[in-house]
Design a protein around this ligand. Structure first.
Ligand code: NOJ
Ligand code: CA
Length: 678
C-alpha cells in the first residue's frame, strides 16, 4: 500500500462541506484559488431532510453514511468494486475532486402511477484516485424520497475492461429495524415473502424493505440495471452487503467495458409506508424514454383475460390433444366475453407448436393445427380485443434468440401488439438473474419495441425502474403470483400485503388478480384463493401494473357481482395517493383516471376497520359504487360474500371500511350527473 503522504493526510482531516443547490460551500480554511478536495462530502435532499455523506477513512477506504433529519439510518458503510485481479476499487483512495449539479424538472411517462413525475435532486460526483493510479468516480444523488449512488469507471490506460467479482458496497443499517424480505435465489422471485427483525434476516433478493422505530421506512433496491448482474443483499459481519448474481463457471459476475456507470444502489426513504408506494425514485434514476421518438400510441396498458386459469387448474392443457386449451373456438368465445365487458386483451397459452415434451425447444411462429392465429387476431381486432401472444421459452434462451426476429416480424405483420414471455426451468450455464440474462431481457424489450410490441415478462429479473426508458415493459411477474393458488398451498394473506411495499416498488407486477370463484378446486386438491372476493377487486387498484389480468374463467364472472367493477376499473392512471398503509398488514390506495377516482383497500392476516377521508375528491357530489366484505363475509367459510352499494358522497365524508381477514373493498367514485342527483 502506498504511503498516503502529508498531502493526503491533510485531505482526510478536512471538514465536510454541504452541497446546496448547484453551488458548493467550500470548507473553511481553504483558499479560493486552490481548495483542497475534502475527504468527506455531503449531498442533501432538496428539502434538507436526507443526507448522504461520502468519506475516505484514515486507511484510504471509501465509504458512505445516510441520515434523515439528523438521525443515522445507515452507519458508515463500505463502497467499492472487487475486481477479478484481486484489487478493490475503493480500497485505497484519495479524493481528487468533486462536482455537483442540481436538477428540478418534470417528465410525463407514457403511462404510470402519475401522469406527471417530478425529478428533483442534487447530485455529487466524487472523483477518486487509487494508490495504484487507477481512477473512478462515485456519483451520489439525494432526492426528497431517497438517496442513490453508483460507480463510474472512466476509460483509462491499464483498465480497459471491468471484471467485477462482486461489489464491496455495504448497507450498515442503524439499530435493528423490522424487515420484509424475499429469500435469496439467483433464479426466482417466486417465494413467499417473510418478515423478521433485520438481524434475523437471511440473504435476500431485492427490493428489501425496513421500518425503523421512528416510523421511517427504507427500501433497498437497484435502478438502471443494464449489462450487469442483478444485486442481492447478504448479511456479513453484522451488516448487510451487496452481492452480485454470479455467472456459473466464471469468476467475475460482471464482465464489461470501462467508460460506464454501474446500476444505482437506491435507498427509498420515506417518513411512512405509503411514501414508498408514492415514490418515483427508481424511475427517476433511469434514462428518459428510448423508444418514444415517434408515435407511442402502440404502448397501451391493458386489462386482459386468458386461456390460462383453466390450464393452471389442469382442466385444460398447453399441449395439443383432447384437452387442448388454446383452440380457435375457445379463443373466439373468450374474445366475445372480453368485448362484452370492456376488457381489451386475450392471452392464449399453448397456441404454438412445441409444448409436447420439453418446453425449451418451442416454435414461436407456427400455430397448432387447431388454432387459427391470423383468424383469431383478426376476430379480436373486429371486436376491439388485442390478441396477446405467448412465448414460453422453457429457458431455451438460445432457441428463442434464434427465432426472435422472425417471430416478432410475424407478430407485427399480423397486428399483434402484446406478448407474454416466460422462462420456466433451468437455463443451461446461466442463472435467470445473471449478466447474460439481464442482457437478454433487455434485448427482448428492444426488439419488441422495434416491432411495436408490449411485453409482459414472466420469470425474468426484477424491474429496476426501466419502464421509464422502455414503457413497452408493461408488466413482469418476478413474484409468487396468484397462479400459485392453483397449484400449491398458495399465498398467505401477509404475502399479498407485503408485495405493494417491496416487489411492486420495483415496477409493474403481473400478479393476475380478479378471481371470483375463490374456492374453485376442480381437482379436489385442497386448493383455494387466500382472499375474499372484495380483496380480489381491490388488487386492481392496490397492485400497480400496466397489464391487469381478469384471471378467472368467463363462466365464473357470468353472475358475479364483482364483474361490474372489473369492467369499470381502468388499466391506465393519472394520479395515485396512498391513504393508509402498514407493511404486511393493510393498505388503502386511491387512483384517478380522468375525472373518476378508484379506491382499493385490503388487509393481511387480521381483520381491520380502516377509516379514510375522501378529501382527495374534487368539490361537488360524487356517486360511490362500492364493493366490500359483507357482514357475513368470512375468510374461511364465506369468502365470496360481497356487499355492493351505491351512495352519494362529498369530499367531506370519511369512509369506514370494515374488512375481514384477508378482506377488501373497492370503490369507484364518479361525479354525480343531474340524473343521479334527482
Ligand atoms: C409460468 C408462468 O408464470 C405462467 O403464467 C405460465 O402459464 C406458465 N409458466 C407456462 O408458460
Ligand atoms: Ca411464474
Amino acid at each position: 500500500m502506498m504511503n498516503p503522504g502529508p498531502a493526503r493526510r491533510a485531505l482526510r482531516t478536512a471538514t465536510a462541506f454541504v452541497v446546496a443547490g448547484t453551488s458548493l460551500a467550500v470548507l473553511a480554511g481553504a483558499t479560493a484559488a486552490d481548495p483542497p478536495p475534502p475527504a468527506s462530502s455531503v449531498v442533501t435532499s432538496p428539502n434538507g431532510a436526507l443526507s448522504l455523506t461520502v468519506s475516505v477513512d484514515d486507511d484510504g477506504r471509501l465509504g458512505y453514511s445516510v441520515t434523515r433529519e439528523g438521525t443515522v439510518l445507515v452507519e458508515p458503510s463500505a463502497l467499492g468494486l472487487d475486481l477479478a485481479d484481486g484489487s478493490t476499487l475503493g480500497g485505497d483512495v484519495e479524493v481528487t475532486g468533486t462536482r455537483t449539479t442540481a436538477r428540478d424538472t418534470t417528465w410525463r411517462p407514457v403511462w404510470g402511477a402519475d401522469a406527471v413525475v417530478r425529478d428533483h435532486h442534487r447530485e455529487l460526483t466524487v472523483q477518486l484516485r487509487q494508490a495504484d493510479g487507477r481512477f473512478f468516480n462515485v456519483i451520489v444523488r439525494a432526492y426528497d424520497d431517497g438517496v442513490a449512488f453508483r460507480y463510474h469507471v472512466p476509460r483509462q490506460p491499464g483498465l480497459r475492461s471491468l471484471e467485477i467479482v462482486d461489489e464491496a458496497t455495504e448497507f450498515a443499517l442503524a439499530g435493528d429495524p423490522a424487515a420484509w424480505w424475499h429469500p435469496r435465489d439467483f433464479d426466482t422471485d417466486e417465494k413467499t415473502w417473510r418478515s423478521s427483525a433485520s438481524s434475523a434476516m437471511g440473504a435476500v433478493n431485492t427490493p428489501v424493505t425496513f421500518r425503523y422505530g421512528t416510523g421511517t421506512h427504507l427500501s433497498i433496491h437497484e435502478a438502471d440495471l443494464d449489462d450487469y448482474a442483478a444485486m442481492t443483499v447478504v448479511p456479513a459481519s453484522g451488516r448487510l452487503r451487496a452481492a452480485l448474481v454470479p455467472t456459473p463457471g466464471r469468476t467475475a459476475a460482471v464482465v464489461t467495458g470501462t467508460g460506464r456507470a454501474t446500476p444505482w444502489r437506491a435507498l427509498t426513504v420515506t417518513p411512512d409506508a405509503g411514501g414508498l408506494i408514492e415514490s418515483h425514485l427508481l424511475e427517476n434514476l433511469n434514462p428518459p424514454c428510448a423508444i418514444c421518438e415517434d408515435d407511442t400510441r402502440w404502448i397501451e396498458p391493458v386489462k386482459y383475460v386468458g386461456i390460462w386459469w383453466l390450464i393452471q387448474h389442469r382442466r385444460a392443457t398447453w399441449k395439443t390433444g383432447r384437452l387442448h386449451g388454446a383452440t380457435t373456438e375457445r379463443a373466439k368465445r373468450y374474445i366475445d366475453f372480453a368485448a362484452a365487458h370492456d376488457i381489451r386483451g386475450l392471452l392464449a397459452e399453448g397456441w404454438n407448436r412445441g409444448w409436447e415434451d420439453e418446453w425449451s425447444d418451442q416454435d414461436f411462429t407456427t400455430a397448432t393445427p387447431d388454432f387459427d392465429l391470423p383468424g383469431v387476431v383478426a376476430y379480436g381486432k373486429s371486436k376491439g380485443v388485442e390478441f396477446i401472444a405467448h412465448n414460453e421459452t422453457g429457458s431455451g434462451v438460445d432457441n428463442y434468440e434464434r427465432q426472435i426476429d422472425a417471430a416478432f416480424a410475424l407478430y407485427e405483420r399480423l397486428g399483434i401488439r402484446y406478448l407474454k414471455t416466460g422462462y420456466v426451468g433451468e437455463i443451461p450455464g446461466h442463472h435467470h438473474f445473471d449478466q447474460r440474462m439481464v442482457n437478454h431481457y433487455r434485448l427482448v424489450l428492444e426488439k419488441a419495441a422495434e416491432h411495436r410490441i408490449n411485453v409482459i415478462c414472466h420469470e425474468c429479473v426484477h424491474g429496476t425502474g426501466e419502464t421509464r426508458t422502455y414503457p413497452n415493459a408493461l408488466a413482469r411477474e418476478a413474484v409468487r403470483g396468484q397462479e400459485w393458488e392453483a397449484f400449491s398451498a398458495g399465498n398467505s394473506p401477509e404475502h399479498t400485503l407485503i408485495l405493494p411495499f417491496t416487489r411492486n416498488l420495483s415496477g409493474p407486477m403481473d400478479y393476475t388478480p380478479g378471481i371470483m370463484n375463490i374456492l374453485w378446486d376442480p381437482q379436489k386438491a385442497g386448493r383455494r384463493v387466500h382472499t375474499t372476493l372484495a380483496k380480489q377487486l381491490a388488487y386492481f387498484v392496490t397492485y400497480s401494473s400496466g397489464a391487469q389480468m381478469a384471471a378467472d374463467l368467463p363462466e365464473h364472472y357470468a353472475d358475479s357481482p364483482g364483474l361490474r367493477f372489473i369492467e369499470d376499473v381502468p388499466a391506465r392512471w393519472d394520479e395515485t395517493k396512498v391513504l393508509s398503509a402498514e407493511v404486511g398488514d393493510s393498505l388503502v390506495v386511491a387512483r384517478r383516471a380522468g375525472t373518476d377516482w378508484y379506491v382499493g383497500a385490503m388487509t393481511g392476516d387480521r381483520a381491520r376497520t380502516l377509516r379514510y377521508p375522501l378529501s382527495f375528491l374534487g368539490k361537488g357530489t360524487w356517486v360511490a359504487e362500492s364493493y366490500s366484505d359483507a357482514p357475513e363475509t368470512d375468510y374461511t367459510e364465506n369468502p365470496t360474500a360481497v356487499e355492493v352499494t351505491k351512495s352519494m358522497v362529498t369530499r367531506e365524508k370519511t369512509i369506514t371500511a370494515v374488512l375481514v381477514r384477508s378482506g377488501g373493498q373497492a370503490i369507484r367514485f364518479r361525479p354525480a350527473t343531474p340524473a343521479d342527483l334527482q
